[in-house]
Design a protein around this ligand. Structure first.
Ligand code: NDP
Length: 295
């Protein structure tokens, strides 16, 4: 266990495990409400190939799903072609008992990942990666929000400060993390800047930010001394060091000394991702059960 993970009583440490447990408790109650209406929330998980890390991720997702009463359908195969996988996705799209479809990434090189993700019906796209759902987020009417960005916002909102009018900096502009986080912050009325590899003076940008979300994937590329005093810091980065331990994009100890609150790595954003996935599955099931009409 890392030093960060041991500091359980640190008031500045944003405990993602605790927040995830809280969210999952609510999800479990909502699953029960669906089940009472005769709708058992169901997540279909598609795993192609034999990537060891993907197998672990899928196992964790399925285990967590079962714990809150969400049923799972497993499709596992090796050596599939794009066409075969498209057929599987179409069958899941048409299956009225499947609420959410998750295709574990990365797919093997021979498969056209974009074509597969495009084929998932937007109303079953619980990962929130379909261009339709990304577009809905951009126009300020989100339907399914990608899980890690959603987790970041939950953690920020739980800090009890309004995000409205705050200067927020998102470092990283990927489609699965940086850009959706920036749009969610914008929707929460923060004043948002996005930094990336071509940003000229990252230190200056960080020093202005009252809210910082780091989603780069480079260990400790955000220096603690750059952090604005009192800032809220969400570190999405997961980087493996030579000794095998995991660390974030932000220099934790030095940043913690200046920040009002900060997520550790591990134990910050990571645990929220699966909780938000299951949150999305139950949202889909609530729509099927007539418990939600947010078209
Ligand atoms: P990508 O590699 O897709 O994106 C990284 C972004 O960082 C790019 O926009 C890139 O800029 C930017 N960047 C690279 N170098 C710099 C730099 N020196 N200064 C400023 N910006 C820079 O990564 P992801 O978005 O997929 O993931 C980011 C991190 O989050 C990774 O560590 C990943 O493991 C982690 N992650 C964690 C999850 C969780 O559950 N906790 C889930 C998903 C991801 P440019 O666009 O110009 O290339």
């Amino acid at each position: 266990m890392t030093e960060q993970a041991q500091e359980t009583n640190d008031p500045k440490r944003i405990d993602g495990k605790k927040s995830a447990r809280r969210l999952l408790k609510g999800v479990k109650a909502r699953v029960a409400a669906c089940t009472e209406r005769g709708v058992t929330p169901c997540l279909a998980v598609v795993l192609i190939g034999d990537n060891a890390a993907s197998q672990v991720y899928v196992r964790n997702k399925e285990r967590r799903a079962k714990k809150v009463g969400i049923a799972t359908r497993d499709h596992r195969a090796t050596g599939s072609t794009t066409e075969e996988l498209l057929t599987v996705i179409r069958a899941l799209n048409d299956d009225p008992e499947v609420d959410g479809i998750l295709v574990q990434l990365p797919l093997p090189d021979n498969i056209d990942s974009d074509a597969i993700l495009l084929e998932i019906a937007p109303d079953k796209d619980v990962d929130g990666f379909h261009p339709y759902n990304l577009g809905r987020l951009m126009i300020g009417r989100p339907r399914f929000v990608a899980c890690t960005p959603q987790g970041c916002l939950h953690l920020l909102e739980e800090q009890g400060q309004s995000l409205a009018g705050k200067r927020a900096l998102v470092v990283g502009r990927s489609t699965i993390v940086g850009k959706p986080v920036a749009h969610l912050l914008l929707q929460a009325n923060a004043t948002v800047t996005i930094a990336h590899s071509r940003t000229q003076n990252l230190a200056e940008e960080v020093a202005r930010a009252e809210i910082l979300v780091a989603a780069v994937g480079r260990a400790h590329c955000i220096k603690g001394e750059w952090i604005r005093p009192g800032a809220l810091v969400i570190d999405v980065g997961i980087n493996r060091l030579e000794d095998g331990s995991l660390t974030g994009d932000v220099e934790y100890e030095a940043a913690r000394a200046r920040a009002s609150a900060i997520t550790p790595v591990p134990g910050g954003v990571g645990p929220m991702t699966i909780a938000c996935l299951l949150n999305n599955v139950v949202i889909a099931a609530e729509r099927r059960a007539g418990l939600r009409d947010d078209a």
